[in-house]
Design a protein around this ligand. Structure first.
Ligand code: ATP
Ligand code: ZN
Length: 210
């Protein structure tokens, strides 16, 4: 039996469940249960907050997980990635108030930047030779500039309408992300074999979708 952690409810949940079903794996799921067993594959599915998934897979509480690369890299475990899954594509971008002038990332030198991704942003800014004050906040990052909490933000951007609604404009892409399958690095030979079967099925699903 191999244990896979997926997001309980959020932007990854539906596509994660659909992928497992398209792999030919059947299971009963009800919205209040925290785990379920597949009926035709030795798989147990755990439903968790996405932020907790990298740590649980690193520690072996779960053998496998499906999570965004943004959360995986921020958690500090990029090496757990074993397969790109092609959904939940998004980007982390820097944005500033629309009224502010902007020429290059050097303009952020010494500024206050609010983000939920201090590790990814810190590395990006260091690579650009920019020193800024990062303020880590866990949600509603987009309102920080308009209430005077920060000069800029770094957050997930998809449509741009949230930025617009908060008087912001995107100025730099910091990181591109998609959902990935992750795996514990000390799987038993038996679980490694199950992982390979799952990867094979996931690759077939992706080929068939194209
Ligand atoms: P949880 O309650 O599990 O912590 P959350 O609020 O942190 O959930 P979601 O908003 O459900 O997270 O997003 C989960 C993941 O989906 C993100 O980490 C990112 O990888 C991806 N994602 C976020 N926003 C988008 C988007 N607009 N388009 C595509 N993918 C996205
Ligand atoms: Zn989360």
């Amino acid at each position: 039996m191999i244990r896979l952690a997926i997001q309980k409810s959020g932007r990854l949940s539906e596509d994660s469940l659909n992928l497992i079903r398209e792999c030919g794996i059947s299971f009963l799921s009800s919205s209040y249960k925290l785990k379920t067993e597949a009926t035709n594959f030795p798989l147990e599915i755990l439903f968790l907050r996405d932020d907790d998934i990298p740590g649980y897979v690193q520690d072996g509480v779960a053998d496998l997980g499906i999570v965004g690369q943004n959360v995986l890299v921020e958690a500090g475990f990029p090496d757990l990635e074993v397969e790109k899954l092609g959904f939940s594509k998004c980007r982390l971008s820097l944005a500033i108030l629309r009224s502010e002038a902007y020429n290059s990332v050097a303009d952020l030198q010494g500024k206050n930047i609010a983000t939920s991704y201090p590790q990814i942003l810190g590395r990006y800014l260091a690579g650009e030779g920019v020193q800024a004050n990062l303020h880590t906040i866990s949600g509603s990052v987009e309102i920080a500039p308009s209430i005077g909490l920060a000069d800029a933000i770094c957050d997930i951007v998809s449509s741009g309408s949230t930025l617009l609604g908060n008087g912001l404009r995107e100025v730099e892409t910091v990181f591109r992300s998609e959902a990935v399958l992750i795996a514990n690095q000390q799987l038993t030979a038996e679980k490694q074999e199950l992982l390979e079967q799952l990867q094979f099925r996931m690759q077939s699903v992706r080929r068939a979708r194209r």
